[in-house]
Design a binder for this molecule. Structure first.
Ligand SMILES: [Zn+2]
Length: 307
């Protein structure tokens, strides 16, 4: 075990449903990486997109983490309490001339933009149109015509040409909600996060976040993207109705998460001591260098009772 002075990690679930295997893997990986380094681990509820919040999901997630022994440091951070900070950051970018108002509808963008790395590339229609801020619309970040690259601890070098792959992206949505990309950058900086460990579905968002960190003179954390859990090739998510983790079978789920992450098995019949043992032999170099790995069959997790 190598202690990393000042290590601060986090787990940042969206309250769109209960904890499922895909989110458990991200929680276990970030917890183990933090604890193996002797660092802090924080929990942040990513509910900036209030339209996706499912009532009760936040409590369910926190109860599941607690029952599995994934203990966190400090108070739980909630994005819904932090909009004033996002507004400050947007204003700082505005003062640097890095934002502009966009009045394009979704339909107009779909009709005029080309497919890119993450949906349609915004074609820059309003970039030089000087749309007044009083007009209803979104606020976009003016990307530079440059390659943004970072070195992921597991996935290796990731690079995007933001202008071609993404286009000027949204910071403040037309409906008045702040965009995830801005919120996550401010949240990580305010928590002092040194290490982001999360699912590879966010690999393609990272260059946007790095670009915002640079524009706001914020440090760029180290990144480690673990494979996402898939079933029959599809990402396991709340949308694909992935089953909730049944914490009554905590040890089986912990073992499944460790196996998924390429880690050796541990002995025990209670989740918390098993996790402590796993932290002492955590080796992130054993994580599969892939963006997706098949999830275990949930029927194998219930102790065999209902097969
Ligand atoms: Zn526009």
């Amino acid at each position: 075990m190598t202690r990393t002075p000042g290590y601060v990690g986090r787990f940042a679930p969206s309250p769109t449903g209960p904890l499922h295997f895909g989110s458990l893997v991200a929680a276990v990986a970030s917890w183990l990486d933090a604890r193996a380094a002797g660092g802090e681990w924080h929990v942040r509820i990513e509910d900036v997109d209030a339209t996706r919040t499912v009532p009760g999901a936040e409590d369910e997630i926190l109860r599941a983490l607690d029952a599995l022994g994934l203990a966190w440091d400090g108070p739980v951070v909630r994005q819904r309490d932090r909009t004033a900070r996002y507004a400050q950051a947007l204003e700082a970018l505005r003062l640097r001339g890095l934002t502009y108002r966009c009045r394009c509808s979704r339909r107009e963008i779909a009709d005029s933009g080309l497919p890119g790395a993450d949906g349609i590339v915004y074609p820059g229609t309003c970039r030089d149109a000087a749309v007044p801020a009083t007009e209803s619309g979104a606020e976009r970040f003016r990307v530079r015509d440059e390659t943004v690259a970072f070195e992921d601890r597991v996935q290796g070098r990731v690079a995007q040409q933001l202008a071609d792959d993404i286009g000027d992206f949204v910071l403040l949505r037309r409906d008045g909600l702040f965009a995830y990309q801005l919120a996550v950058v401010i949240d990580d900086a305010d928590l002092g996060v040194t290490d982001v460990v999360r699912g590879a579905d966010l690999l393609g968002s990272t260059p946007r976040q790095v670009a915002l960190q640079r524009a706001l003179d914020l440090p760029t954390p180290r990144y480690l993207h673990v494979p996402v859990a898939t079933r029959a090739g599809e990402k396991l998510s709340k949308q694909t109705l992935a089953p909730a983790i049944d914490t009554a079978h905590g040890p089986a789920w912990i073992l499944a998460a460790l196996a998924f992450l390429g880690q050796p098995g541990v002995e025990g019949d209670a989740a918390a001591p098993m996790l402590a043992q796993a932290a002492s032999c955590w080796d992130w170099r054993r994580i599969p260098r892939r963006t997706g790995v098949e999830a275990p069959d949930p029927a194998a997790m219930d102790g065999g009772g209902s097969r």
